[in-house]
Design a protein around this ligand. Structure first.
Ligand code: ASP
Length: 592
């Protein structure tokens, strides 16, 4: 068969030609003796006319046609009557005069209109996802996703990367999130885990000499869901041998520039900015800052420590921090009530209060203004906050983590509220120099900030046994518009160092061998220096498609409760299936 002609492709160029097209009936208007049908497929809509004077038989069939019937139409492409054109449509200058029509499939009344303008509950959309995907916007999102994957594949192929598949049924290893487990029938009582990422396999492929690996691969993490999380998500997973972190980042930066050029037509010529983790936290209160706007955090601890405002001074005495944001011009925009509402934003992160002052022509105003009226103190504060009359200054005083999180969230909130974000901008940046380990209070031990296979910087290796919290990792994240879209690192490629790292994470030698013996052994057999990165494909597509959650760019996602309303998974299984797996379900769980 030659190339298919889609409804959306029937334009003026085909005038006077006979065409045959298939599609779904989008709209139907019966004018008596004449019926107009808008026929839709993935490429758009075209108008078909059934006219008693031209073809009686077709008109009779058209009388039975209803919305969402699938039909085949043959007819002549003609110019529309003057005045009947629709300049918004690619096919708006023409219509098809039907000479034959075939009903290929009928449709019941559909649960919602196939229309981008109607708001339909997400639950209903997911239950009838196949109908939802008929909508032009969803159809467009699927195409963007395809295009993004194509750019990744083409670029990586051109740069010598080989696509290798790695197993889905694998061993449960602690990588940070909870595993999805798969019980084994053949080995009752034992479990596979679905991979949280192909991390260890891609490293092993470097030992095999693959040298440059990639895979567009599904990963599974049993986490509580948020807007940009799903139990199964897709990574573009990459690993290389013999390149240092800077070389990997250069390669990736070119790839991302190519991506936005091909998908969005945007040319980014400058290098992506690079911030250390610490600088990102200090300036933006976030390790994935949205740098499309300012409103940076200012540390005013040194200034307010001399004030008589006890709330600030007592926090500082306890080793906490006081930082603020200048909501430029916010003095008039925000009423007292609205400022109280801002407290809700910071309270989520544990901030006990949000202190504020307004800067006016006559000085400071607001409930705590009196503590800062003193000349030198006021001057220092205003200068640090780069404040002038009309500004609203907002402060959080608390332990450092709370200050970062609360002000980081407040900054994003204000950026939207004050309309400071250019939705068309794509602002990439690298966040580098991450801490290698984080102390987990609850578990009373160190956890890998990235994963346990990340190489510390050379100068810090010997701190593994003495002060693990001070080690910098050779890790890097790539951030776009406030989303972490990818992260990677140089890996450890020596057995001794890997063992030291695992010990720093609290593994005994025996436990390390039990969990990671296969990796440790592989490190004994000529393992090249290596490093890589993985991208969250769903997030990238979400941003490029201008969507706010990844479910909009996944054909068949789970809902917010990690369920699939379409198939009703997860669901019960037969007792026989459980018996074969050597599993039983408690009465309590059965009832739920
Ligand atoms: N496997 C890592 C992750 O999924 C990425 C990497 O280090 O390449 O976050």
């Amino acid at each position: 068969m030659t190339k298919k002609l889609y409804c959306g492709e029937v334009t003026d160029e085909l005038i006077d030609q006979e065409v045959t097209i298939n599609g779904w009936v989008h709209k139907r208007r019966d004018l008596g003796g004449m019926i107009f049908v808008d026929l839709r497929d993935r490429e758009g809509v075209v108008q078909v006319v059934f006219d008693a004077e031209k073809n009686k038989e077709s008109l009779q069939t058209a009388e039975d046609i209803r919305k969402e019937f699938v039909i085949e139409v043959t007819g002549k492409v003609v110019k529309r009557q003057p005045g009947a054109e629709n300049d918004d449509l690619k096919t708006g200058q023409i219509e098809i005069e039907a000479t034959a029509v075939n009903i290929l499939s009928k449709s019941k009344n559909i649960p919602f209109e196939i229309n981008d303008d109607r708001s339909v509950s997400e639950e209903l959309r997911l239950k009838y996802r196949y109908l939802d995907l008929r909508r032009p916007k969803m159809n467009h999102n699927l195409k963007i996703r395809h295009q993004v994957k194509k750019v990744f594949r083409n670029y990586l192929d051109e740069h010598g990367f080989i696509d290798v598949e790695t197993p889905f049924l694998t061993k449960s290893t602690p990588e940070g999130a909870r595993d999805y487990l798969v019980p084994s029938r053949v080995h009752n009582g034992k479990f596979f885990a679905l991979p949280q990422s192909p991390q260890l396999f891609k490293q092993l492929l470097m030992s095999s000499g693959v040298d440059r690996y990639y895979q567009i691969v599904r990963c599974f993490r049993d986490e509580d869901l948020r807007g940009d999380r799903q139990p199964e998500f897709t990574q573009v997973d990459i690993e290389t041998s013999f390149l240092n972190d800077q070389e990997i980042q250069d390669l990736i930066e070119k790839l991302l520039k190519r991506l936005v050029k091909e998908v969005k037509g945007l040319e980014i010529t400058e290098d992506f900015p690079r911030l250390s983790y610490q600088e990102a936290m200090d300036r933006f209160g976030s390790d994935k800052p949205d740098i499309r706007f300012g409103l940076e955090l200012q540390d005013v601890g040194d200034i307010v420590k001399d004030s008589s405002f006890k709330v600030f001074t007592s926090v500082l005495e306890k080793g906490g921090a006081v930082k603020g944001i200048n909501a430029k011009g916010g003095a008039d925009t925000f009423t007292r009530k609205q400022i109280d509402k801002l407290q809700d934003v910071t309270a989520v992160y544990g901030a006990k209060g949000l202190a504020w002052v307004k800067v006016t022509e006559d000085g400071l105003s607001g409930p705590i203004a009196k503590f800062f009226e003193d000349g030198a103190l006021k001057e220092a504060l205003l200068s640090k906050m780069e404040a002038e009359a009309g500004d609203l200054l907002l402060f959080v005083a608390d332990e450092l983590k709370v200050v970062y999180d609360a002000l980081g969230a407040l900054r994003l909130h204000l950026g939207k509220e004050l309309d400071l974000i250019d939705e068309n901008e794509l602002a990439f940046l690298w966040v580098v120099d991450w801490p290698l380990l984080e102390y987990d209070e609850e578990q009373d031990k160190y956890m890998a900030a990235h994963h346990p296979f990340t190489m510390p910087i050379k100068e810090d290796i010997d701190k593994l046994e003495t002060n693990p919290q001070d080690i910098t990792a050779t890790a890097y994240d790539i951030v776009l518009n406030g989303y972490e879209i990818g992260g990677g690192s140089i890996r450890i490629h020596e057995r001794d160092l890997q063992m030291r790292m695992l010990k720093a994470l609290g593994f005994s030698e025996e436990e390390a061998n039990e969990q990671f013996g296969f990796l440790l052994e592989a490190l004994d057999y000529g393992f090249p220096p290596h490093g890589g990165i993985a991208f969250g494909l769903d997030r990238i597509v979400m941003i490029l498609a201008g969507e706010a959650n990844i479910r909009e760019v996944i054909a068949f996602p789970k809902n917010k409760n990690a369920k699939d309303p379409l198939t009703d998974a997860p669901s019960n299984v037969f007792d026989l299936q459980l018996d074969e797996l050597g599993l039983s379900i408690t009465e309590k769980e059965k009832k739920e």
